[in-house]
Design a protein around this ligand. Sequence first.
Ligand code: ACO
Length: 185
Amino acid sequence: MTEKEKQKKGMFYQANAPEVLKDLYHCENECYEINQIPPSRREERMERLRKLFGKAGNGMFIVTPFFCDYGYNIEVGENFFANTNCVILDEAKVTFGDNVFIAPNCSFYTAGHPLDVEQRNKKIEYALPIHVGNNVWIGGNVVVVPGVTIGDNTTIGAGSVVTHDIPSGVLAAGNPCKVIRKLEE
Ligand SMILES: CC(=O)SCCNC(=O)CCNC(=O)[C@H](O)C(C)(C)COP(=O)(O)OP(=O)(O)OC[C@H]1O[C@@H](n2cnc3c(N)ncnc32)[C@H](O)[C@@H]1OP(=O)(O)O
């Protein structure tokens, strides 16, 4: 099995394998160029991001700087808005539903490393998908870790670290992020 195949299956893989680095370097360059496009050429910026992403719905707007690792693993629904400094480490799929609002400095990390020091130092990595539902507002400085799903119609408070799945229709916040109250019955 190739390292890329292992990555797709959520298994441990060599993060420094040439086949893994090739796409990463391509995307790094794309992000660099996109982040140089001035606000007066917003349409051009959005067009470049649309081409980079696996899927991009109508009404997508992303404030730069924006960073991701592959781009093609990101799928975005209608009316997606991400404020400045959004970081998506999309070694696995990261999917957003419709009407998702993301505040500044939010991070979505599908990638992780073993806690075992010897393995980690051999550049072993794994990646688990992240899913964000429809009509979700994510406050500023939120971190979402590998494998998490956030349900529809939910708000995540500023500064949260989302370590477990969060259900639909709730306000959740904190580190670790926990449900504070239901927003709908
Ligand atoms: C695209 C863009 O979004 S750009 C705009 C960027 N803006 C932001 O990021 C702001 C995000 N806003 C927040 O995080 C706010 O705190 C909100 C929206 C979650 C507050 O919602 P409210 O319904 O007003 O909640 P309320 O203030 O009543 O708080 C309820 C409880 O949750 C706690 N709480 C609220 N927000 C947070 C938070 N971010 N982290 C931890 N606890 C929180 C409160 O302290 C309170 O606890 P208590 O009952 O023990 O006092």
